[in-house]
Ligand binder design. Structure first.
Ligand code: ZN
Length: 140
């Protein structure tokens, strides 16, 4: 059993920007030795999240944002904003709901994703950010 750790850097626009990171993850894994195992994808920071979706403009540009706007509206009341006098309570709540990480099986050197299933980073912060994504592969 071996562990390989890769890091990917992603520039975002914030404001529920959804970025397809499937290709950089696959490239990072291809540079390692492990062909079969478990891939953990984890974003550093409490205002971003990792999940999968079909990466097309309707979902990535509109539907996910609108769903999260109903659950955690940008102009809602957040105690967090009183704590730090900042403006991103909704960002933290959205990030906590989606979650910071994802595991994907690695089979014969390939991520076991569906054809219409991409790994995406969602950045909920109120400004653009440089995000670090840790891709850790456990296997052989
Ligand atoms: Zn904050």
């Amino acid at each position: 059993m071996t562990v390989e750790t890769h890091r990917i850097h992603v520039s975002t626009r914030g404001d529920t920007h959804v970025v397809d990171i499937t290709e950089p993850i696959a490239e990072a894994i291809a540079g390692g030795e492990i062909r079969d195992g478990i891939v953990t994808v984890f974003v550093v920071g409490s205002t971003a999240a990792i999940t999968t979706t079909e990466f097309e403009p309707g979902l990535a540009g509109t539907d996910l944002r609108e769903a999260l706007e109903r659950i955690a509206p940008e102009d809602g009341h957040y105690a967090h904003e009183a704590t730090w006098d900042d403006d991103n309570g909704h960002s933290h709540v959205r990030a906590a709901l989606i979650g910071p990480s994802l595991t994907v099986p690695l089979v014969d050197g390939r991520l076991a994703l569906g054809t219409w299933q991409q790994v995406v980073l969602m950045d909920f912060d109120t400004r653009g950010r440089e995000r670090e994504v840790v891709v850790q592969v456990l296997g052989e």
